[in-house]
Structure formats: structure tokens, C-alpha cells
Design a protein around this ligand. Structure first.
Ligand code: BGC
Length: 746
């Protein structure tokens, strides 16, 4: 009894303390707002890039420009780097100078600094770079997402930065899109689950926690499916589809408490998202209940005038975006937004009440992040930078991402006594293992990578020894020597097998636009040359999106999809190739055969029908490797699916169990995936939808029972009235090669 009383008193105290903080943040924001001038308010809504306040030398501020930004334009936020990552010390100097200047202003409002730490802290030298989201989705390991996100938050805080423009929640349903590697792939559940984990981890313990950073969900909404596949080009997404595939990750992440949202630079159905009051205010604010900060993407407000042509003047563009619901403009190269918004308020085109709403959200975020208590980088946080254990996390994450697509005649694991020819452009490239947003925006410039980053060639030599490895490659993805087919053939004479490393060098955003997914011709020529030698060929793909290998695949013995798996990619690749790690990654997308065959796994029934009129044109889901595909060196077997009943009603839960046995000789991990299919529904049902997944570890010979509980919400879809709706009917459940049926009724 005594304990209960103490507990109640404790809870009341904690609650009232919490209430007080919440209240005082709110009150403080209101009292600041009351005394702020219009200039001060609009300044808060203005975000500029570091280049605006920097000299020509990276990381060295131009004090005159800084003073102009802070004292004349009163900017509330700065982002980005000028060219490349800075050291922790440089960040401390840069951000301290910025805050020093901000503290001289009469309102003492700190500046909020934002960076893109999308797979580790991109813009700090020596920060730990992890696999891209597409590779993290392949791990199917939400605990691993937590682990890498936590390190990212620590290394951001160590750099004095409290706002991270992550996670990317765009569902990757258009593999041509150059930002596909930043996504969690084509499935909504994976995207939702991993996104929520990222948000909760970035903000763990609340934003005042000295290890937390504010997350920024991006890019709301529908950015990832441009019709042309090119970045920032029009998407045409009917609302039923928008709500089925693109909205749920944002809905869940908002519920998880995300502090901010960045807007899609593109247009949907002819309306640029930055101008859409419907998407930003009616859906995001009112329907999803998002109360945090909405920031534009790069230059996207002015582009309503200069690119999208929906605003006849630059000022009209600003008015349009603010009325749609945006709080902060990533202007970011000048102060035009400040002048234009001020003019718009003076002319009565935007009310000061509307400005106050946005400024309050900005002040609240700064208050919650503790920036008003201490705006400066914290010295203590530096001890959280580059801890030895981060390398281990990076290695484990990369290992779990490795997805073994083919292993004919058990060619893998490799025999260390064989002589290996390492070939192909990514054999001696670091950037092709890391991809976009790695120490620079494009990730291509290896000068900024840690000097001890390994190439595939080095990691293979580490395992097999110098005597067993030869190469016809040289350092650098683009070096002509790496594409020399004659040299490859000549060197192959002295080898027992060829390890061919193909794929994509790093790219980000529009520079990564391509016309089709075919592998560049010179890489195909290399593959053909390797095959022509008659030696077994093992292909390692380091790529951010699936590039076609259809014509060469039948002649290739082993294929390892390595994605862009970060700092420890090379080590993870060689661990898998030599069998020191049992591969357990699963494809987070359908690997297509050709441009005309891009069908996603959760296709509709008629996408699966093969018309008989023309035998050569196959319809249907016929990828080279399906979503969820991934081989292991051991052998996992699934027993029959057991259900708690053959029907459930209303809100009842159905228990789904399956025994999984590791019937092979090696220990390993296996992801058990539960899919459902509704036989008949008022909206054409998906042939398959991932409803739950669990990754388990089984020793050789071990067996475990995996249990899922599902209910009607797991069976829901968006109906013709655009409501997420569970419709009574018969369902099939699928786990591996096992199937079971049940009925759900009201
Ligand atoms: C990208 C965003 C990024 C921003 C700031 C834009 O070009 O679309 O994802 O957060 O730049 O770097």
C-alpha cells in the first residue's frame, strides 16, 4: 500500500513537472511572439544555406555576411555545408559563432541548425556511415535501425547539430527514381515500421534529452513516384493510391511524435505540393494531427513561380506556400523570401495571425530542443563521437543487408585455396560502396572518406591472402582501365574464378537521373567478357537501385546484392563471400527483368494475368528476383501455418504460428514474413501484402515457433470512399511456402 502511495505521489510530481515544461514552453513562445517585430518573425521563418554566411574556404564564416543574415534578416535557421563535411571541431566553431551573433540580437533567439544525416552523420568528417535505407530495409531488422539511428543522433549532437532531415519516408515504388536508395523500398509496412523506429530513436527521451535530435519526415508526400522516373518531375497519383501506399508511413511517424516535416519538391496531379493547402493543411495538419514544423525543400517556394509556373510572381509564390501551410522556407541562397513575405503582409495578402502560427511552431521546436537553455554545441557530447563500438554496428548492419540472390552449385562460400580475379569498376571504389550523402552531397569525392575505408579488393585480400587474389582493376570507379575487356580476359587465364564487381557509383538527386535501368554498356561488356572465359563468375552488385542483369544472369553462378552499405560494405561483402557470415538480407524491392516488366509484388489481380494472344509478351509478376528474396548458406524449413481458428469476428485477434527449423549445418538468421491476400473485395485486392515480419536467429538444427497476432486493421485497404477500411471476406495467409485460410466477419 505504502509503495502504491509513493508511486502515485511520484507520478503526480512527474506529471506536473512535465505539464509545467509543456506549459512553460507554450507560454514562453507566446510571450516572445507578443514582443517580436514583423521582421523578427519573418526572419524566424527564413532558412539559409551555410554558403550564404561563409567565405570561399569551407567552414570559415564570413563575419560580415553572418551579421547581415542575423541582424538585418534575423534568420532563424541555417543548414547544410558549402562543399564537404567539416570536422567536429570546425562544427563547434561554426555553430558557436552563429549562436554568438544570434545572442547579440535583442530577442536572444537561437538559430536552429539542420543537416541531412540520412545514413549516419553525412556531414561530419570521420562520422560513421551506415547502409542506405534501401539496404537497411533488406536487413528486416528494426533493432538494427534503432542502433544506427542512435549513433547518427549521437554524432549529430557531437557536431552541435540538433535537427536531422531524416528519415526519408518516400515509398520506393519507382526504381528509376535517383532517390530510390534513400527509401525503405517498395513495401508500405517496411517503410512504416522502419520509419517509426527511426523517429522514436532520434527523439528518444524527448527533444530535451541531450542525445536526441529532432527528426524531419521527408518528403511529404508522393515524391517517390514521378512518372518519368526523373527527380522533381510530375507524379500522377490518384488519391486512393496516395492513401494506400504513400500516406501511411507519414501517418505513423506523426503519431510517433515526429517534430518536423519537409515537403515534396514535386507536383502531384498538376498541383505542386508546396502549394497544396489540401495536402499540407487539410490532410497533414487536420487529418493526421501534425502540430510540428513544416519546412519547404530547397528553393521550392520560389520555384512555384520559376519552375512550376503556378504563381505569376515571386511574391505570389510565397503567399501561396504560406497559405498552403508551410512554416519555414529553405530559401536558401538569398533573403528574397524575407523581403517578399514582408511585402505580402504589408499588402494584406498574408495576415500577421498566420505568421504567428508558424513562428510559434518554430519557437516551440527551439524551446523543446533546449536551444534557449544552451544554444551552443555541448563539449560533453564530443565523447559520443566515433566510439569504437560504432564500427561494429556499421559492420553488423552491412552484413545483415547483404542479400544473396543466386548461388548455383553452391559456388559460395568461396574456397580460399582458389585463385580469384577481382574485376569491375567497384572493385576499388569506396564511393560505390557508400552512395549519396557521404561526406559530400553526391558522395563521389573519396578525398573526404576516412583513409582506412576498405575496397572490395582489399577486403578479399584480407581473407584469401595476396597469393590467391589478382586484379585487373585500378582505383576509382570511372578509370578506363576498369572497363578493359581484353585485360580482364588475359588476367582470367591465371585465375580459377572471377569476382565481378559491377553497379553504380554514388549519385544523389537529379545527377542520378537515368534513361533506363540497363547497366551501362561497358559494364555489360565486362560481364560478357568474364563469362566468355569459361571461368565461374560471381557478381557483386553495389548499387542503389536495381540495374538490369537479365541477359547475363543465366551464365553467372553467384550473385550478391550489396546495395550501398556504408563504411563497412567491403568487409561485409567479403564476410559473406567467404562464409564468415551467413547471408540473411531480403530484397526490399522486386528486381525487374526489363523496363516493360516493372510490376511490384503487391500487384493487382489483372497484373498477374497472362493474356494468351501473344506468347512473347508475358504479363504478370515475373521479376528476376521477387520482393523478399534472399538465400542463405543454411536451410530454413517452415512447418504448416497454425491458426487459432478458421474465422475471427469484429476486433478479435487471430494467432498465426509457424515452426521454423534450421535444417542446415550452419547457424543463421531468418526473417519470417507473413503475407495476406483477400480473395474478393470491393476494391481490387492486392495479390499479396506484407502484414508482419520477425527476424530470428537459429543455431544449426534448432527449431523455434514464431507467433504473429493479426486483426482486422492488418487486413484493411483504402476503399472507393478513400477510407481505410476492413471488409469482411475470406483471406489467405502465406509464410514461405506455407498457406492457410480464414474468414473475417463483422
Ligand atoms: C533535398 C532534401 C534535403 C535538402 C537539404 C534537398 O535538395 O531534397 O532531401 O534535406 O536538400 O540538404
Amino acid at each position: 500500500m505504502k509503495n502504491i502511495i509513493i508511486l502515485v505521489i511520484f507520478c503526480m510530481t512527474v506529471n506536473s513537472a512535465l505539464c509545467q515544461t509543456v506549459k512553460s514552453d507554450d507560454q514562453k513562445a507566446d510571450s516572445l511572439l507578443k514582443i517580436m517585430t514583423l521582421d523578427e518573425k519573418i526572419g524566424q521563418m527564413t532558412q539559409v544555406t551555410l554558403g550564404v554566411v561563409c567565405t570561399q574556404t569551407d567552414g570559415v564564416l564570413d563575419t560580415t555576411a553572418l551579421r547581415k543574415a542575423i541582424h538585418k534578416y534575423k534568420v532563424g535557421s541555417i543548414l547544410n555545408v558549402t562543399n564537404h563535411a567539416l570536422s567536429v571541431d570546425q562544427w563547434h566553431i561554426v555553430i558557436s559563432q552563429i549562436q554568438d551573433e544570434a545572442m547579440k540580437e535583442r530577442m536572444h533567439i537561437p538559430v536552429i541548425y539542420g543537416l541531412d544525416g540520412i545514413h549516419g552523420q553525412t556531414y561530419t568528417l570521420d562520422a560513421t556511415i551506415f547502409p542506405q535505407n534501401i539496404a537497411m530495409a533488406a536487413t528486416r531488422d528494426t533493432d538494427m535501425v534503432r542502433a544506427i539511428t542512435e549513433v547518427t543522433a549521437h554524432e549529430l549532437r557531437a557536431s552541435g547539430v540538433r535537427w536531422n532531415f531524416a528519415p526519408v519516408l518516400d515509398c520506393g515504388r519507382q526504381p528509376l527514381w535517383p532517390r530510390f536508395p534513400e527509401t525503405y523500398g517498395e513495401d508500405v509496412l517496411l517503410d512504416r515500421t522502419m520509419g517509426v523506429m527511426a523517429v522514436k530513436t532520434y527523439q528518444a527521451g524527448g527533444l530535451r534529452n541531450s542525445n536526441a535530435v529532432a527528426s524531419c519526415l521527408k518528403h511529404y508526400i508522393g515524391y517517390s513516384d514521378p512518372r518519368s522516373g526523373k527527380d522533381r518531375t510530375p507524379a500522377y497519383i490518384p488519391e486512393i493510391e496516395l492513401r494506400e501506399y504513400y500516406l501511411p508511413p507519414f501517418r505513423d511517424a506523426v503519431k510517433a511524435g515526429a517534430a518536423s516535416v519537409m515537403v515534396n519538391s514535386g507536383e502531384i496531379n498538376g498541383i505542386p505540393v508546396h502549394a497544396s493547402r489540401y495536402l499540407l493543411t487539410d490532410i497533414l495538419r487536420k487529418e493526421l494531427g501534425f502540430e510540428g514544423l513544416i519546412v519547404s525543400d530547397w528553393e521550392d517556394i520560389i520555384r512555384l513561380h520559376t519552375r512550376h509556373n503556378v504563381a505569376p510572381t515571386a511574391r505570389a509564390a510565397v503567399v501561396m506556400a504560406i497559405q498552403a501551410g508551410i512554416d519555414m522556407s529553405m530559401v536558401p541562397m538569398d533573403f528574397s523570401f524575407f523581403d517578399l513575405l514582408k511585402e505580402a503582409v504589408q499588402k494584406g495578402e498574408v495576415t500577421e495571425a498566420r505568421i504567428n502560427e508558424s513562428v510559434k511552431r518554430i519557437l516551440l521546436l527551439k524551446l523543446k530542443l533546449g536551444l534557449f537553455d544552451n544554444p551552443y554545441p555541448e563539449k560533453a557530447a564530443i565523447s559520443q563521437f566515433r566510439k569504437p563500438e560504432y564500427q561494429e554496428i556499421a559492420l553488423n548492419a552491412a552484413r545483415e543487408a547483404m542479400t544473396l540472390l543466386k548461388n548455383q552449385d553452391h559456388i559460395l562460400p568461396l574456397d580460399k585455396t582458389k585463385k580469384i580475379l577481382v574485376a569491375g569498376p567497384s572493385a576499388q571504389s569506396i564511393s560505390a560502396l557508400n552512395g549519396c550523402w557521404t561526406y559530400t552531397w553526391q558522395g563521389k569525392d573519396e578525398r573526404w572518406y576516412p583513409s582506412n575505408s576498405k575496397t572490395i579488393l582489399q577486403a578479399v585480400i584480407d581473407k584469401a591472402g595476396n597469393d590467391h587474389v589478382i586484379t585487373c582493376t585500378t582505383r576509382g570507379f570511372d578509370q578506363p582501365e576498369n572497363y578493359d575487356t581484353d585485360k580482364l580476359k588475359k588476367y582470367a587465364d591465371g585465375a580459377d574464378l572471377i569476382l565481378l564487381c559491377l553497379g553504380e557509383d554514388a549519385y544523389a538527386e537529379s545527377p542520378g537521373n537515368i534513361r533506363d535501368l540497363a547497366l551501362p554498356e561497358e559494364q555489360m561488356d565486362l560481364a560478357k567478357a568474364a563469362i566468355s572465359t569459361g571461368k565461374p563468375v560471381i557478381l557483386v552488385l553495389t548499387e542503389g537501385r536495381p540495374r538490369f542483369i537479365t541477359s547475363i544472369e543465366p551464365k553467372i553462378k553467384g550473385i550478391l546484392m550489396a546495395y550501398w552499405s556504408g563504411r563497412k560494405s567491403a568487409e561485409a561483402i567479403s564476410d559473406v563471400l567467404f562464409g564468415d557470415y551467413d547471408p540473411d538480407g531480403r530484397l526490399p524491392f522486386s528486381y525487374p527483368k526489363s523496363m516493360g516488366e516493372i510490376v511490384l509484388y503487391d500487384r493487382k489481380p489483372t497484373e498477374d494475368i497472362r493474356e494468351v494472344f501473344n506468347d512473347n509478351i508475358s504479363g504478370g509478376y515475373d521479376p528476376l528476383f521477387p520482393f523478399g528474396w534472399g538465400l542463405s548458406y543454411t536451410n530454413f524449413q517452415y512447418g504448416p501455418i497454425r491458426l487459432s481458428g478458421d474465422s475471427i469476428r469484429g476486433n478479435e485477434k487471430l494467432t498465426v504460428s509457424v515452426n521454423v527449423k534450421n535444417a542446415g549445418q550452419r547457424d543463421g538468421k531468418n526473417t519470417v514474413e507473413l503475407y495476406s491476400h483477400q480473395f474478393y473485395a470491393s476494391v481490387t485486392p492486392n495479390m499479396k501484402r506484407l502484414r508482419a515480419f520477425q527476424k530470428i536467429y537459429l543455431k544449426a538444427g534448432e527449431e523455434k515457433t514464431v507467433v504473429f497476432k493479426i486483426d482486422k486493421t492488418d487486413l484493411a485497404f483504402v476503399n472507393a470512399q478513400l477510407k481505410t477500411y476492413s471488409e469482411p471476406g475470406d483471406f489467405e495467409l502465406m509464410i514461405g511456402d506455407q498457406k492457410a485460410r480464414f474468414t473475417w466477419s463483422r
